[in-house]
Design a protein around this ligand. Structure first.
Ligand SMILES: *[C@@H]1O[C@H](CO)[C@@H](O)[C@H](O)[C@H]1NC(C)=O
Ligand SMILES: *[C@@H]1O[C@H](CO)[C@@H](O)[C@H](O)[C@H]1NC(C)=O
Ligand SMILES: *[C@@H]1O[C@H](CO)[C@@H](O)[C@H](O)[C@H]1NC(C)=O
Ligand SMILES: *[C@@H]1O[C@H](CO)[C@@H](O)[C@H](O)[C@H]1NC(C)=O
Ligand SMILES: *[C@@H]1O[C@H](CO)[C@@H](O)[C@H](O)[C@H]1NC(C)=O
Ligand SMILES: *[C@@H]1O[C@H](CO)[C@@H](O)[C@H](O)[C@H]1NC(C)=O
Length: 431
């Protein structure tokens, strides 16, 4: 746990510096002014291909002072539809904080069951503009991708004040907003940034792109970059009519502007099948920002429904947001045990000494998104040994208690499923 504490310390020191600076200088918004790409320059005669004119991406040497980013500086744009919202709103309900989080869920039509009383604990809705004038020529996708891609533009045009970041997500994305703020605070919102994560499945990244942020995992675009994006977005939507998704269109368009994706390890598209256990039990040491595709994987706590699982995880998260799913390990050299903790989620005890490198590698409990294969993923995985004596004893979060002012105690309970593990437990003299 000490390692994690050290990281907290670093974060809070840097925040402290920013805060100090902000006391001495008034907040100033500095908006990047760059030329708009002339539409006639971009298309060629066939009207299809693109001349990838890139805006020069300067790193300015000025010093910018601003107050620390907080939740009020984020405008969320959630891609929904009146059809899916009924089921999926439960995901938004997990993280939406009325009067604190700002943003909208964007629907294709007015939901008729909530004419007057849209629930107060959910993001308010907006109905997207008509997009029938755009072509959608992808053979296997849905043309709602065009509507979703334009959410960032329609959000921008609302002209809300003090927006530093536009954060896009799906209606089945669960955001961990405190950590999102922590991550975005590392970046100067006066610069052009495009922040998110790739798909876990390499097959997806190859088909779509490594250069785009996957929309279900959520992504953030800084205000000055959105200012440029909205000028060219509709043109991009025409030029990239053959692409599959909305996120791919945004990625392609930001490519034209010349701003690359900044990858952050806490955004999770969860483009996997099966049991996400191995992935979540070996989360990189980076704040957990989002989870997605939870309808498509096994419940993260095996004895609960997915929604109850998420509620439990969120209850731990609320007591100590940045520690959630952070992995740490230790060894009991006398007993020759290795212990791995993914805070707020699971603990593993191995009856052998594993290296930190092994413990930090995700156990392969899942398959790829498209072909349900065992590989490849963007990160390393390790096979679970079929040998019962090499398998870890697995404990899952049972409860979280706040003890004292700044301390929490998490308790983890054995997961009694496989007899082999139970036998092992008996041998180890723990039962
Ligand atoms: C684009 O360039 C053409 C040719 O130089 C010019 O006539 C036109 O006004 C420009 N359009 C915009 C929007 O700047
Ligand atoms: C967020 O920061 C702004 C300053 O930019 C401040 O006015 C506002 O009170 C802060 N809001 C929260 C919720 O901390
Ligand atoms: C949100 O703010 C409005 C108006 O400021 C207030 O009427 C309402 O009670 C608030 N809702 C919550 C959940 O705090
Ligand atoms: C909502 O309004 C639509 C038409 O605007 C109507 O058809 C529908 O019955 C209304 N639903 C409720 C629950 O009032
Ligand atoms: C849409 O596709 C049709 C047929 O290929 C083409 O004629 C038209 O120009 C396209 N429209 C746009 C906006 O690209
Ligand atoms: C808890 O943290 C606060 C702020 O970091 C500090 O002032 C306080 O002394 C701490 N309390 C305990 C019991 O450690």
């Amino acid at each position: 746990m000490k390692g994690i504490l050290l990281i907290f310390l670093l974060v809070s020191v840097s925040c402290f510096v920013i805060f100090l600076i902000s006391i001495t200088s008034p907040e100033s918004r500095w908006v990047v002014r760059i030329p708009v790409c002339n539409e006639t320059v971009i298309g060629d005669n066939s009207g299809r291909t693109v001349l990838p004119y890139r805006y020069p991406f300067h790193h300015h040497h000025h010093q910018y002072y601003y107050k620390k980013t907080n939740i009020s500086h984020i405008l969320f744009g959630i891609g929904g539809s009146s059809k899916t919202w009924k089921e999926r709103r439960h995901y938004s309900q997990l993280w939406w904080k009325p009067n604190i989080t700002r943003g909208f869920v964007w629907l294709d039509e007015k939901p008729d069951e909530h004419n007057e009383s849209w629930p107060k604990n959910l993001p308010p809705y907006r109905v997207s503009e008509d997009t029938s004038r755009f072509n959608y020529t992808n053979l296997y996708g849905s043309r709602s991708a065009i509507r979703m891609a334009r959410i960032v533009l329609e959000s921008y045009r609302l002209g809300l004040e003090n927006v530093r970041w536009f954060v896009m997500g799906d209606d089945d994305t669960v955001f961990f907003t405190e950590n999102l703020v922590t991550v975005l605070s590392k970046y100067d919102h006066n610069q052009m940034y495009y922040i998110g994560g790739n798909s876990e499945s390499v097959e997806q990244d190859m088909v779509h792109s490594y250069g785009m942020a996957y929309g279900g995992g959520g992504f953030a675009i800084s205000y000055p970059l959105v200012t440029e994006l909205v000028k060219v977005l509709d043109g991009c939507i025409d030029r990239y009519s053959d692409l599959y998704g909305s996120d791919e269109r945004i990625g392609a368009c930001l490519n034209e502007i010349g701003v690359p994706l900044t990858r952050e390890l806490g955004f999770h598209q969860i483009d996997i099948r099966g049991d996400p256990y191995g992935l979540l039990a070996a989360h990189p040491v980076a704040p957990l920002v989002s989870l997605h595709h939870l309808d498509y994987v096994k419940p993260i706590f095996p004895t609960s429904t997915q929604m109850d699982s998420l509620k439990l995880l969120v209850s731990a998260y609320k007591t100590d947001p940045s520690r959630t799913l952070q992995q740490s390990f230790c060894h009991d050299l006398k007993r020759k045990w290795s212990v791995s903790v993914s805070w707020g989620y699971t603990t593993q005890i191995y009856p052998s000494l594993l290296t930190a490198k092994e413990l930090g590698t995700a156990m392969l409990t899942f398959q790829t998104w498209g072909s349900w294969s065992h590989d490849p993923f963007l990160f390393n995985t390790r096979d679970m040994s079929p040998e019962p004596c090499e398998q870890p004893l697995i404990y899952f979060l049972d409860r979280v208690d706040e003890i004292g002012d700044n301390e929490t105690m998490t308790s983890y309970k054995r997961h009694h499923v496989d007899n082999a593990a139970r036998l092992l437990l008996a041998q180890a003299g723990m039962e």
